[in-house]
Design a binder for this molecule. Structure first.
Ligand code: CO
Ligand code: CO
Length: 318
């Protein structure tokens, strides 16, 4: 995280519209023609055993930060760390082709990249997108009265942790992989066409962590109706059986001072670290139905999970 350097001259420019200070998903830089560049980078260690699926998930996840800001991805650079002594180059090729297929689906051109030898494999992309300056959606515009919409179910951290313990039913994993590989492109298009207050994507800090970042940046609080928060099939059972990632536990500890209400299970679910999760959108209540129908037209199953209220940044679970 670049935050400690935010006062350094390298981190400021008259053209920088979104920098590191709001912990937003990506940086936004104004170009002379009134358009903006949206830039982001994301890479991680394997989340599933299938190399092709890992590649696709890493690509969908890296693209997601551009979609969360209302942008369209243009180009990408691939980042690959590979233990060439231990794993075959054929497997590396499968990871890369999973990623390339996903980039092609997004209409994003891979223009290059860099590979190094590393005992622990890692894969991802730096993605550059664009948008008009007026269309940019940040995490700082949520306003009291807004409704909160989530476009993918939670539970991928719990499910991938159960997979590592060899305790995950194959059907449950397959549905999670499908969700993690799904692009947030359609959700991004829908929100831009409707006009929303704020958005972010839900990834490593879980729903609660990313919502709290949005609330801090916006100066507001949220009520979340836990019964309406979508959960992947099988995740609740695996959580009850004791599968919960260390990262999610750290999220829970970090969120705890600003997380009120809710039973222990729902508190854990909203803090579960997601890989390539959905968009969390704050939309004025007058436009929430339009957003819902636009998302439905785009084939995105979304849920209205709560609302923004006027209070110190915190989340109340109901
Ligand atoms: Co993000
Ligand atoms: Co990111």
């Amino acid at each position: 995280m670049l935050r400690p350097l935010q006062d350094h001259p390298a981190f400021s420019s008259p053209n920088l519209m979104v920098g590191v200070e709001t912990l937003d998903d990506a940086g936004v830089y104004r170009l002379p023609d009134g358009r903006v560049l949206i830039q982001t980078v994301d890479f991680f260690t394997p989340v599933v055993d299938d190399p092709r699926a890992w590649g696709a998930i890493a690509a969908a996840n890296a693209l997601s930060d551009v979609y969360a800001m209302g942008g369209t991805p243009l180009t990408a650079l691939q980042l690959m760390c590979w233990p060439s002594q231990d794993l075959s180059l054929q497997m590396l090729g499968e990871v890369a082709s999973g990623g390339a297929d996903k980039m092609a689906q997004a209409g994003c051109t891979v223009v290059g990249g860099h590979t190094i030898d590393d005992p622990e494999p890692k894969y991802g992309f730096a993605v550059t997108g664009t948008a008009s300056a007026e269309e940019i959606v940040t995490n700082s515009g949520a306003r009291p009265g807004d409704r909160l919409v989530l476009t993918k179910p939670l539970g991928t951290g719990i499910i991938t942790t159960a997979v590592k313990a060899d305790q995950c039913p194959p059907g449950v994993l397959a549905a999670a992989v499908e969700q993690m590989s799904a692009l947030n492109a359609a959700a991004g298009r829908a929100m831009v066409s409707v006009g929303v207050s704020a958005a972010t994507d839900v990834t490593g800090y879980g729903l609660a962590g990313h919502l709290l970042s949005m609330l801090r940046a916006s100066g507001a609080a949220a009520l979340v109706d836990t019964a309406r928060v979508p959960i992947l099939r099988g995740a609740a059972e695996l959580l009850a059986a004791g599968h919960y990632p260390g990262g999610s536990l750290r999220n829970l500890q970090a969120a705890e001072p600003r997380l009120r209400g809710g039973d222990p299970t729902s508190r854990r679910l909203v803090c579960d670290a997601q890989t390539s999760g959905g968009l969390l959108i704050s939309v004025p209540s007058a436009r929430v139905e339009e957003l819902e129908s636009r998302l439905e037209e785009e084939g995105v199953s979304a849920a209205v999970i709560g609302e923004v209220i006027d209070a110190e940044p915190a989340i109340e679970l109901r």
